[in-house]
Design a protein around this ligand. Structure first.
Ligand SMILES: [Zn+2]
Length: 204
């Protein structure tokens, strides 16, 4: 913990000091990020760092396995949907990026025989993309490659599809005001792949 506090003191005396005018402007005028990134909680993934984003440039929501659940107006506790609503309807972001990654622990949990109990939050959350697991297993049967990687990428496809289940996302995409993206980051090599219109991931 002392190392983290020392890190904050360093941040205050260096980065914050250098950017204090930007902080003050953003505090007084509010934020206007152009893009939202939906990333995993994984400690090896840092969208701000990866994209060299300026202060206030991107809004980030992180959850286990960077999932977007389908539009489900049932009065439940939908943290990711609330963040999406905030970014799209209030901040009017122009891009929403689902950023998945290799070696995802959430996807590994989905691939392990899922346990279904009410107090197991991870398996309940990962059941959001249960269909991605089924599709990935079928792709492995067809000799398309590694199950973990295929499921991670199927998860991104599912989340991008689920984005369009939100009516105000769909409207903005149709109007050309919002673009949806699916990205896959290979931690070990640093390569980034983008989901194309053909449904395949291509290197960026
Ligand atoms: Zn992950």
């Amino acid at each position: 913990m002392e190392k983290l506090l020392e890190g904050f003191r360093k941040f205050r005396s260096t980065y914050y000091r250098a950017h204090r005018h930007t902080y003050r402007t953003l505090a007084q005028q509010g934020q206007a990020p152009r893009a939202m990134v939906i990333a995993c909680v994984d400690s090896r993934i840092d969208p701000q760092m990866m994209l060299d984003a300026e202060l206030g440039e991107i809004i980030v929501v992180r959850n286990v396995a960077n999932l977007v659940p389908p539009f489900t107006p049932d009065g439940g506790f939908h943290g990711t949907s609330a963040a999406l609503e905030f970014a799209v309807r209030l901040l009017n972001v122009a891009h929403v990026i689902v950023l998945g990654h290799a070696g995802c622990g959430g996807i590994a949990a989905l691939l392990a025989d899922p346990r279904e109990t009410d107090d197991d939050f991870i398996s309940t959350w990962m059941a959001t993309i249960r269909a991605a697991r089924t599709r990935a297993l079928a792709l492995v049967e067809a000799g398309r490659g590694d199950l973990q990687r295929l499921c991670e990428q199927e998860g991104i496809r599912s989340s991008v599809t689920n984005l369009s289940s939100f009516p105000w996302v769909r409207e903005r995409v149709a109007a050309g005001a919002l673009t949806l993206h699916g990205w896959y980051f290979e931690i070990e090599t640093g390569d980034l792949f983008s989901l194309g219109a053909d449904g395949e991931f291509q290197p960026i």
